[in-house]
Design a protein around this ligand. Sequence first.
Ligand code: SF4
Length: 330
Amino acid sequence: MDLKKIEKILKDEPKYRLTQAMDFIFKNFGDDWEASNLSKDIKEKLSREASLKIDAEIFWADDNKSAKAIIILCDGKKIETVLMRHKDRNTICVSSQVGCPMACAFCATGKMGFERNLSAEEILEQALFFARLLKEDGERVNNIVFMGMGEPMLNFEEVMKAAKLFNEKMEIGARKISISTCGIIPGIKKLADEKRQYNLALSLHAPSDRLRGELMPINKKYRIADILDAVSDYISKTGRKVLIEYILFKGINDSKDQAKELARLLKSKLKGPFVVNLILYNKTESEFLPSEKSEVDSFKEELEENGVEATERYRFGRGIDGACGQLRKK
Ligand code: SF4
């Protein structure tokens, strides 16, 4: 989809034509100009030059609570987008890059290497794809998380443009949009300076530099203490509560002592509200295994006993290769 092209095609038409076209895309979630109430010749021109088709294949999880779409871009490259259906809301996890240069040891996308950044519209289309589907059930997209393929802070400008489109065109509140990072400090600083109400999520996954360096090579460049300083600045500038993402890997980062160490670290470094989100690992082809439910529970208890708020993310995506990058690889 090319919004600029649509504007260009309609530039000599009365202004309300553009409003009609935008309403068709973002309010009706139409995918074929033929179904719009524009005039016949405009419909034909738009269909020819600015198609709304999104080339994708969808895979539903066994429990129907989540679905993954493989979207094929104009140049044939493929990305993944995930829909997570909660009781009261629908969340879309969008990709920001094709592949990822960060090479985290546990991540299927990281193993693919980096291909290219996505444009804002390519990011937008991921949510539009599911918005069209949800409309059939009388539902809508309520939340966006930039936690799919790629490191959003390495594609900052396009991610910001996409977030603005989600907010202004799809009417998703800024507070319902979360941007994650593996700890790119300049990106965290830029996001703080944007002074928008987006949520920041930091993928931490380890309580020490030694262990984090083994899991996430970026930790050799940006150390935990410096990342947490940048996160503290973000909290003081925006007043927003930060999400600390922590995937639990069996026997690697899930012991009670590590929970204590994590609580100590976060309490000493973060000046402002935060919550630790414990994530059950979706197994990929790597050597990592998910922690047992009992280990997750005792890790959470230990954090709470040490004064740290913690939540546990429901494991979405069984049957659809829930971890990012797994399906595309196949
Ligand atoms: S976990 Fe995120 S940052 Fe790390 S390689 Fe995968 S997509 Fe990239």
